[in-house]
Design a binder for this molecule. Structure first.
Ligand SMILES: [Zn+2]
Length: 101
């Protein structure tokens, strides 16, 4: 007598197979997203978010301020706005004088 799996068992194995493939696909997409993120970071690191030109980093009072060599926009890293906002008026004036041509 040949043993035949019941319909419920076939359904179970099909679902198992699907779950397995779904997991593999999710892993693949995760790796792809990480690779894409890394690529974008390399591509955009120290580039102006507005015009894409090189940023020049200036150290000033524990803040590293990035100034664009193209459009002259000034960019701050996380937490640096707080640092800059705590500067005295004279400190702020000095900061801006650093950037004056
Ligand atoms: Zn720029």
């Amino acid at each position: 007598m040949v043993w035949k799996p019941s319909e419920r068992e076939e359904e179970f194995f099909a679902r198992m197979e699907f779950e397995k493939k779904k997991k593999q696909e999710e892993e693949k997409q995760k790796k792809l997203a990480e690779a894409e993120k890394k690529k974008l970071k390399e591509l955009h690191y120290m580039k102006c978010p507005k015009c894409g030109m090189e940023l020049i980093e200036i150290d000033y009072k524990s803040a590293k301020i990035d100034k664009c060599s193209g459009c002259e926009g000034i960019w701050l890293d996380a937490g640096e706005l707080e640092t800059v906002s705590q500067l005295e008026k004279t400190g702020l004036d000095k900061l801006f004088s650093v950037f004056k041509k």
